[in-house]
Write a protein that binds this ligand. Structure first.
Ligand code: 5AD
Ligand code: SF4
Length: 444
């Protein structure tokens, strides 16, 4: 029996891809190895969004090669594969930097793994690299998706046509494509039948979804959400990541009409300075962003927001940075992700003048995070005393502890019997810190 091990870097889309890759390997007779050193086939599913993420892949690959050598000394063969965005961005260069790998395939071609593995078994020693942007959709060739537990991811859209000037994604995930409505609904039903009560719809630019219906007519995300809301047993729906300028009135109306849509939306703004937003090629100003937030709040008053921020984009002055802090003060995000601008070869911003010194980026990130964390802590503290429906989907580190997610995506720790895993339980929140809440089952 052959064993596989997949290590996932990067975003939720990569987590979803790894889940589907695992299903391909299982259809070929592989079973999951409990540790990397026990695996006959190791796959790294990689991220190229920032330099740090990409460099980590190469240092981890170096360590993996040592494991491969140790296994070889013990008479065991190890096939090493790399998939994902680093492959698409680095192409043949990956085989120069990690010559010991057996194959590398981009995020759009992993459905070819059965053929790739066959070819690899015949040509050991020469890495096989597949970075084609394929004419076919990988989704038409994958084994049926299986539930991930109480909460599953479902990719509905992939790639991006926005070309924000800092971003590598259009070059790694390609131009935007949307899966047909019927395929998404069928996959969602399978996930619910498999025990999922929550589905998180994924896409690099998910709210520009435009999949075709049975009649071949293009439909938007609002239409898809209303179709999914009909599925019995699907209690929670989320979608991520959204582009502010593509939030339309029909989508806003869904937040009012559909109780299944969770009251938490990840809506990256990146910067509060209109000058920087323009240089980033974003199709919104800070004022328009605030207007969209206002409309969404009017439709669903308890809606909370999270965002992504980049500090130290080329040309960012103290005033531009101050504008970002001001925007945060106006929205008061419940959660946020913030990054120092990272120069990505091949993107327009990498060639812009006035690149910002590392020291300033670091200072700005610290200031920004301090402000963001203060709002996050404030929001979490306000949850104390409330009763929240929490979907528990992970076993905690302590015995008898489960970890779940509140409607607002807060991590909630609770002492609960294992039978509550993958279920929604009403929890009275008793404690809060910046990263999580604690509470007990109501009535206990
Ligand atoms: N440098 C820093 N952060 C980046 N992101 C995307 N590209 C870069 C980059 N070159 C951030 C954006 C995006 C999130 C997924 O990663 O904030 O929303
Ligand atoms: Fe990283 Fe973006 Fe690729 Fe996700 S899509 S793995 S965030 S580069």
């Amino acid at each position: 029996m052959k064993h596989y091990y997949i290590k996932t870097f990067g975003c939720q889309m990569n987590v979803y891809d790894s889940h589907r890759i695992a299903a391909i390997l299982e259809s070929l007779g592989y079973t999951a190895a409990s540790t990397l050193a026990d695996a006959d086939l190791v796959i790294f599913n990689t991220c190229h969004i920032r330099e740090k993420a990409a460099e980590k892949v190469f240092s981890d690959l170096g360590r993996l090669n040592l494991v491969r050598e140790e296994r070889q000394a013990a008479g065991k063969d190890t096939v090493i594969g790399v998939v994902g965005c680093v492959v698409q961005a680095e192409d043949e260069e990956i085989a120069r930097r990690a010559p010991f790998i057996d194959f590398a395939t981009g995020p759009l071609t992993y459905h070819r793994l059965p053929e790739i593995l066959q070819k690899v078994s015949r040509r050991r020693g020469i890495p096989l690299i597949d970075t084609e942007f394929p004419p076919e959709s990988k989704f038409d060739f994958l084994p049926a998706n299986k539930s991930m537990g109480g909460c599953s991811y479902l990719a509905i859209q992939e790639g991006c046509d926005n070309f924000c000037t800092y971003c590598i994604v259009p070059y790694t995930r390609g131009i935007e494509t949307s899966r047909p409505i019927a395929d998404v609904v069928a996959e969602a039903k399978t996930l619910v039948e498999g025990g999922s009560v929550e589905i998180n719809l994924l896409g690099q630019n998910v709210n520009s979804y435009h999949g075709v219906d049975a009649a071949g007519k293009e439909r938007n995300l609002a239409w898809l959400l209303r179709c999914l809301a009909e599925i019995k047993g699907l209690e929670r729906i989320r979608y991520t990541t959204s582009y502010p300028a593509d939030i339309d009135d029909e989508l806003i109306a869904c937040h009012h009409d559909l109780p299944q849509l969770m009251p938490y939306l990840h809506l990256p703004v990146q910067s509060g300075s209109d000058k920087i937003l323009k240089a980033m090629n974003r199709r919104h100003t800070s004022g328009q962003y605030l207007e969209i937030i206002g409309k969404l709040k009017a439709a669903r008053p308890d809606l909370q927001f999270s965002s992504d921020f980049i500090v130290g984009f080329p040309g960012e002055t103290d005033q531009d940075f101050e504008a970002t802090l001001n925007l945060i003060r106006q929205v008061g995000f419940a959660q946020a992700f913030s990054f120092k601008y990272s120069r990505r070869a091949g993107t327009p911003a990498a060639l812009m003048p006035n690149q910002i010194e590392e020291k300033i980026k670091k200072q700005r990130l610290e200031t920004l995070q301090e402000l963001l964390f203060s709002y996050q802590l404030k929001f979490n503290k306000e949850s104390v005393g409330k009763i929240m429906p929490v979907l528990f989907d992970i076993k905690g580190r302590h015995k008898g502890e489960l970890i779940g997610r509140s409607p607002y995506m807060q991590n909630v720790h609770s002492s609960l019997a294992a039978e509550y895993l993958n279920r929604i339980v009403n929890i009275k929140i008793t404690d809060a810190n910046v990263n999580s809440l604690a509470g007990q089952k109501e009535g206990n």
